[in-house]
Design a protein around this ligand. Structure first.
Ligand code: LLP
Length: 382
């Protein structure tokens, strides 16, 4: 599936994007969402490569942003401001002002002090900001602790027992208009049951808001749908049908109500691959190490979340299998992509693919050790 002849002379490490798969994924997500009447905002944090953003924008998605930089990246890629939502627990004044200046669709607000600052900044511009309350629904996503967001002890969202106080505050503010509720319980969910619990929580909440005379016009269920890191070729496109069906079955949409989602990983995860070259095969006393020219500077997920990405030797796929640790060149022990995995016998110069790296790969790259940021190449432009 990789155009090896075209890739083999490019300077490694780099990201390679299968734009054809991205387009198929976008169409699959959109058609399933549209069938249920849902709106999609792509979570820019997963991958803000300008070309990827432009393709997602052209497909008709809105943008879910978590910083002023992401708002700017989305606008630069052509997303219209009325399809931009802005979330995040720590919005700086300049970021809020940027959102106000462009009159973005909605600020997803996470605390009383944030609500007050948005009100103040909007007042100074004689504007009214549309806001949704990001609620911490206390639903355990059963995913890695670093990517769980919807539990009581997480910093995200407004705790359920604080909601009354937030609504009381809102009632006294003139430059914010409440338009809905926002949730995000975590990322890389393959079991859909936590989403059922989320629907129940959303139903209960909107009923209690209705009792206070507030109709929830917009519901945003965040992102979170996982991808198959073990078998990317068997499951290149996530099961959007089952995902949206869960919400369709468990959350009855009220007349006039709009439901939104913010998928990130499920959209871009499988279309991206980190391509690296083998620098050395090093024999230790108890291990054999494949030392790559890519490290956690290019793909942080294994070091940060103990994540595994399927590793393939593209040069010698049929060689007899040997057990290796696959490591990078960074001067840290955590710079390890995989321990004790079976790979075809590998040599210096072999091209290696780290699969399913389209989400939270290139965007989390750093220049630690004074390394250069990786370049990106696209199937349709090679
Ligand atoms: N909406 C909000 C408010 C979020 O915080 C996130 C992700 C998303 C949407 C998109 O979630 P997704 O569909 O991608 O699961 N760097 C980590 C993942 C961090 C996710 C942060 N929030 C990783 O590499 O696994």
């Amino acid at each position: 599936m990789f155009p090896i002849e075209k890739l083999k002379d490019l300077r490694t490490p780099f990201y390679f994007y299968d734009t054809e798969l991205l387009n198929r994924t976008l169409q699959a997500a959109l058609s399933e969402a549209v069938a249920c009447g849902y709106h999609l905002h792509y979570a820019v944090k997963a991958n803000a490569n300008p070309r990827i953003l432009a393709m997602i924008q052209a497909a008709g998605f809105g943008a879910d942003c978590v910083s002023g930089g992401e708002i700017q990246a989305a606008l630069d890629a052509g997303f219209s401001a009325d399809k931009v939502v802005f979330a995040g627990v720590g919005k700086a004044d300049w970021e809020i002002n940027l959102g106000l200046d462009h009159n973005i669709f909605c600020f997803n607000v996470e605390s009383i002090p944030e609500l007050q600052v948005i009100d103040e900044l909007a007042a100074a511009k004689a504007q009214t900001a549309r806001v949704a309350l990001r609620i911490n629904p206390e639903v355990d996503a059963h995913t890695h602790a670093h990517i769980t967001t919807g539990k009581k002890e997480n910093k995200f969202g407004i705790n359920l027992d604080r909601l009354d106080a937030v609504l009381d505050t809102l009632a006294g503010l003139k430059h914010v208009q409440l338009i809905g509720l926002h949730f995000h319980i975590g990322s890389q969910l393959l079991d859909l049951e936590p989403f059922q619990l989320l629907c129940d929580r959303a139903k209960t909440l909107q009923e209690s808001l209705l009792k206070r005379g507030m109709r929830v016009e917009h519901l945003n269920f965040g992102g979170g749908l996982g991808i198959d890191y073990e078998q990317p070729d068997a499951h290149p496109i996530p099961d959007f049908k089952a995902y949206f069906k869960t919400f369709h079955d468990y959350f009855p949409v009220a007349p006039g109500q709009q439901v939104h989602f913010e998928p990130g990983r499920s959209i871009v995860g499988q279309c991206g691959t980190l391509i690296s070259k083998v620098l050395y095969v090093k024999e230790g006393s108890v291990k054999k190490f494949v030392v790559l020219d890519a490290g956690f500077t290019e793909l942080l997920r294994p070091a940060l979340y103990e994540a595994s990405h399927l590793i393939e030797n593209l040069t010698a796929p049929t060689h007899e299998k040997v057990t290796y640790d696959v490591v990078g060149p960074i001067c840290e022990s955590s710079d390890c992509f995989a321990k004790d995995i079976q790979l075809p016998q590998t040599q210096r110069g072999d091209l290696v693919a780290l699969r399913s790296a389209g989400a939270y790969g290139e965007i989390m790259a750093s220049q630690y050790n004074c390394r250069q940021l990786p370049k990106s190449y696209f199937l349709d432009l090679l």
